[in-house]
Write a protein that binds this ligand. Structure first.
Ligand code: MIC
Ligand code: SF4
Length: 640
């Protein structure tokens, strides 16, 4: 039977289930990655599982999110992670070495392998032909322990690229075009597989920009074939031996097909406050900008920054603009420094930041009040930048560079000289900032700071749930709404009681006080609830506050799994119109729960309004059992 690439990689890793889209399957995981903001919890969870050594081919622990050390907390986490990596057999990528996805692409990713990462942008690895999936920390901890990863067998969408990108139109436009067509929930349950004559000229970093931001479609993953571009990339990284060819069979079929003619694409931009709010740049050209940020795991490769340097060469940035640039990795920064391009960036007035996530997740460089910030990153959710009323636009590195000079959103096609970027055949390979684990980690002592609190324990699901609707929210609520990030809250990632005080803080300042007073309750929401980040804290912290069930129109993939992992019942309305009938503060009751979840015929009684709603779940038998015993750690403990 003919297979597409996604099916080939899944088939080679399938442990349970069949290849038909829909039901749950389990796949073997070859590689894992964690980053510090989710990794501290993931390693505490790995510790709780009680396995002495990771069982994957490669596990890497990166430090890239919480690198601003305004107190001891982040540095303590880094020290904990370094000791845990040594003890349990993972590589440790030191702070300063770069953003996990960029470094993983450069130094570890391999075509045909599976990668599970505790970060939603793990699909960046799809640019190299990996099946790379984002998940909560606990799922990654279990994969490190050698357990398979469970997911819904995805539908595969063929994104057929034809034609050729015109001058000044970049890979960013390809993914913005898809987001414009399909929206932030258009990819749920799907893998986007790229094919067609248009891919031949796309380099691995360009492909990685596309697979990275495929996360914003809500997709399970995105993947490119492994071809001569892949070989060149791996060769440049001095690891040609990792190359294998990977392509779809001639008669491979797909569940859907989307065609994009690259020749027709024009520069695009996502307006505030959603990555799918995409328009041609001409619609907003001339809008004054206060800040420009070039960096993030989407657009901070050597090629991207070389283009930026060429645009900035000999120019100075506009007097009203602050331009910050964070190269994606130490390799990128070192190469820019060696070839002189860094000097062009510095001379233009750019503020060079360390190779880390930084402004992308509100860790420093928050814009001014009401400020307009133009960024190369992938998410422009309200408040994420650290300034509640800032307006974030997302565009290509080229657009950002030119706009920093002009002081307003500018159409790059106005640059008349087309210049060639020289990409060296060999990149500077220096892995001394990646610490390999010792052969035997048993003598290594784990170092814990006072902010690293033990994992919370949870009880079995009761037969009856009662409580108030403590918050009602609309469609596309992000995990940034549920559990904000940023410089103030991120350092609390290893301290659940403390971080729980910030749940929904940006949506409703009274939420924490109310939920404590009511001793928990229900959350009601609209479509695509929990989109965005993989942070399991968006489930773990609400669980700590006594949230019993979340009742919505539909869920985003990773958040749904995180709710299950921590024993919060995820329910959807049978009749979407029932959403309108429930109000915040209503008293809800679910009786005979254990029987009704088994038959998937669940009734929610609204005591305040004397109404009854039919709701359902999408849980497999395995997931039901996880919920019943109070979460995945209890489930794993019970089955030992
Ligand atoms: C993000 O881009 O939102 C993050 C911060 O990288 C998150 C991970 C986290 O919250 O720690 C993600 O994408 O999963
Ligand atoms: Fe880091 Fe931003 Fe990428 Fe998340 S999206 S991994 S915060 S650079």
């Amino acid at each position: 039977m003919a297979h597409n690439i996604t099916q080939k990689v899944i088939k080679a890793h399938l442990v349970e289930g069949s290849m038909d889209a829909g039901p749950e399957i389990a796949i073997k995981i070859d590689q894992t990655l964690t980053q510090d903001a989710t990794g501290t919890m993931a390693y505490l969870e790995f510790e709780a599982v009680g396995i002495p050594r990771v069982k994957t081919e490669v596990s890497v622990s990166y430090v890239d999110h919480n690198t601003l050390q305004t107190g001891y907390e982040n540095a303590d986490d880094h020290r904990f992670l370094q000791s845990a990596a040594a003890k349990y057999g993972a590589y440790f990528s030191r702070p300063g070495n770069g953003i996990c996805h960029q470094v993983h692409l450069e130094r570890f990713g391999k075509p045909g392998k599976t990668l599970l990462g505790s970060d939603s942008h793990t699909p960046t690895g799809g640019g190299l032909g990996m099946l790379a999936i984002g998940a909560g920390g606990l799922d990654v901890a279990l994969a490190m322990a050698g357990q398979p990863f469970y997911l819904t067998m995805p539908k595969v969408v063929n994104v057929y690229l034809e034609g050729e990108l015109q001058p000044w139109v970049s890979a960013k436009e390809i993914i913005l075009e898809l987001l414009c067509r399909l929206t932030v929930k258009g990819g749920v349950g799907k893998v986007f597989e790229y094919s067609g004559p248009g891919i031949a000229n796309l380099s691995v970093p360009q492909r990685a920009t596309i697979t990275n931001m495929g996360a914003e479609l809500g997709a399970t993953s995105s993947i490119f074939p492994s071809d001569e571009q892949t070989r060149d990339f791996l060769k440049a990284q001095d690891r040609e031996e990792d190359y294998i060819e990977l392509s779809a069979d001639d008669n491979a079929t797909y569940d859907e097909t989307v065609k994009i003619n690259l020749s027709e694409l024009v520069p695009l931009i996502a307006k505030p406050h959603s990555p799918d709010n995409v328009v041609p740049i001409s619609e907003v050209a001339g809008t004054k900008v206060d800040q420009v940020f070039i960096g993030s795991c989407t657009n901070s490769s050597f090629a991207d920054l070389m283009k930026v340097a060429a645009i900035l060469h000999g120019k100075v940035i506009h007097p009203d603009v602050s331009l910050c640039i964070a190269p994606g990795s130490k390799q990128v920064l070192q190469m820019l420094s060696a070839n002189g391009a860094l000097s062009d960036l510095v001379a233009s007035g750019a503020r060079i930041l360390e190779s880390a996530c930084g402004p992308c997740v509100g860790v420093g460089q928050a814009p001014a009040s009401g400020g307009i910030s133009l960024r190369t990153s992938n998410r422009n959710f309200e408040g994420r930048s650290g300034t509640a009323d800032a307006e974030i636009y997302l565009a290509s590195a080229e657009t950002c560079a030119l706009s920093a000079i002009t002081g307003h959103i500018a159409d790059v096609r106005t640059i008349k000289d087309i210049f060639e970027i020289n990409i060296p055949e060999r990149f500077e390979v220096d892995d001394r900032m990646i610490i390999a684990p010792p052969e035997d980690g048993s003598a290594v002592e784990i170092k814990r700071g006072p902010n690293i609190k033990p994992l919370p324990q949870f009880k079995e699901l009761p037969n009856e749930l009662t409580g108030e609707v403590v918050i009602k929210v609309g469609d596309n609520i992000t995990t940034d709404h549920i559990m904000p990030a940023g410089a103030k809250v991120l350092p609390l990632r290893s301290n659940i009681p403390e971080i729980a005080k910030h749940v929904f803080a940006s949506v409703d300042k009274e939420f924490y006080t109310r939920v404590m007073e009511k001793q928990g309750g229900f959350i009601v929401g609209g479509h695509n609830y929990g989109q965005g980040s993989s942070r399991e804290h968006a489930a773990l912290a609400p669980k700590h506050l006594g949230i019993k069930a979340v009742l919505v129109k539909s869920f985003a993939r990773i958040h749904l799994q995180n709710l299950i992992n921590f024993g919060i019942l995820p329910l959807t309305f049978n009749e979407e119109s029932d959403f309108e009938l429930i109000l915040s503060g209503d008293k809800l009751e679910i009786q005979d729960l254990l029987k009704d979840i088994a038959s998937n015929n669940i009734r929610v009684i609204n005591k305040t309004r004397n109404q009854e709603y039919k709701v359902k779940h999408s849980l497999s038998d395995r997931q039901l059992e996880i919920i019943r015993v109070g979460g995945l750690l209890n489930y794993v403990g019970n089955s030992k």
